[in-house]
Design a protein around this ligand. Structure first.
Ligand SMILES: *Cc1c(COP(=O)(O)O)cnc(C)c1O
Length: 391
């Protein structure tokens, strides 16, 4: 077997594409004297809503905040149940707990690994108030079936679109027609403001309630109370949160949004390199793109066929790490987390499809700031490990 030349530099799992344009924009904000929520945040909201073709966008300090406010604004709380997938990041489920409602987890579809509408239907009862579909990895959930359930049972739909910026479902951008869609601008996501998120909605009611809750529960437009002509008077309509975005983040977001198309093309190009390289590999399964989806390529998730290898997934990750390739796993199913096991009685064996998938997955580097050579190196490293440890 040929010797493998390990690259000198570690290739991180992810790294945002930030350069002089973002630097300049941030400096402008610093020099303007207005660094809190202000004109740049409003500009980003406007541009984001326009980009999606949705009515309202509310810039927040995270997607987690957006998920939480979407549910609160829909009136969800104690005594209610909210259905979501176990194959997600914990914050999708934590935010349901924060409202006082009970999170009801369900398994994923064995082909798409997205929330399974049939499993949702089995869990609907008189306490069910909402569904939180997660457009995992940038693949669109079966929204037609989910909307049918929502119409039949009068359920609110709060979409977790943390991976879904640029995802299209039946030709339309995810979020454009949503009751609520929560986007993330965390460092690893398709656009990055450091930390940040956006709640998008087509409901004036949801928008206005969320806006008040995002800033202490203060009556509208309190952010400019220190400007000339701004009023020092405000009312507290509810014991709100401090969830708003601020202008330094928004400056990053405005520039990132301008680059979005370019960044998406890079993601797709790298995904194409991987697809081409691995299509003949027996021991890995490539991401499945569901019908009706144009993916955002947020993640590139490979499934390892352990039965064909001498090493398991965890060892595969260690091998890649030793060859200077960073990876991640999306996700450890939420029902396996100690809080959810101890408080809701979940255990191994509850969601077989998600568990089996979890044991086989590796997310490999896929981001616009990596080069074609980086992607080709990842391919070489994976092929080397596959060959070395083949049964
Ligand atoms: C990243 C992520 C979140 C949370 O995003 P933050 O902006 O970090 O709060 C929620 N759901 C999913 C599926 C995610 O991947």
């Amino acid at each position: 077997m040929k010797e493998f030349h390990i690259r000198d530099e570690f290739l991180p799992y992810s790294r945002p594409l930030l350069n002089e344009e973002e630097e300049e924009e941030v400096l402008k904000v610093l020099k303007s004297g207005w660094v809190a929520k202000g004109p740049r945040t409003l500009e980003l909201e406007k541009k984001f809503a326009e980009y999606l073709g949705a009515k309202y966008a509310l810039a927040l300090n995270s997607c987690t905040a957006a998920l939480h406010l979407s549910l609160l604004s829909a009136g969800i709380g104690k005594g209610d149940e909210v259905i979501t997938t176990t194959m997600t990041f914990s914050s999708t489920v934590n935010t349901i707990v924060h409202t006082g409602a009970v999170p009801v987890l369900v398994d994923v579809d064995p082909e798409t690994f997205l929330i399974d509408p049939e499993k949702i239907e089995e869990k609907i009862n008189k306490h069910t108030k909402a569904i939180v579909p997660v457009h995992y990895a940038g693949m669109a959930c079966d929204m037609e079936s989910i909307k049918a359930l929502s119409n039949e049972h009068k359920l609110f739909i709060s979409e977790d679109t943390a991976h879904g910026l640029c995802t299209k479902y039946k030709g339309k951008l995810i979020g454009s027609e949503s009751q609520a869609a929560s986007f993330s601008f965390y460092a690893t996501k398709n656009i990055c403001t450091g930390e940040g998120g956006m709640l998008v909605t087509n409901s004036k009611d949801i928008y206005e309630k969320a806006k008040v809750l995002s800033c202490h529960g203060m009556s509208a437009n309190a952010w400019n109370r220190y400007e000339k002509g701004g009023s020092w008077k405000y009312d507290i309509e509810a014991p709100g949160y401090k969830y708003n975005m601020f202008d330094i983040q928004a400056a990053l977001g405005i520039k990132q949004l301008e680059k979005l198309q370019f960044m998406q093309e890079r993601r797709k190009h790298i995904a194409d390199i991987y697809a081409e390289a691995f299509q003949e590999e027996e021991a890995v399964i490539l991401p499945h793109i569901p019908q009706n989806t144009e993916t955002s390529w947020h993640l590139y998730v490979l499934q390892i066929k352990e039965e064909l290898l001498k090493i398991n997934r965890d060892e595969f990750i260690e091998q890649l790490n030793s060859l200077n390739v960073g990876t991640s796993v999306h996700f450890i199913p939420v029902h396996l987390m100690s809080y959810y096991r101890e408080n809701y009685g979940y255990k191994w064996g509850d969601f077989k499809v998600a568990e089996d998938y979890y044991k086989r997955i590796i997310s490999i580097p896929l981001y616009p700031s990596m080069s074609d050579e980086d992607a080709e190196y990842v391919v070489k490293a994976i092929k080397y490990i596959l060959q070395k440890y083949r049964n």
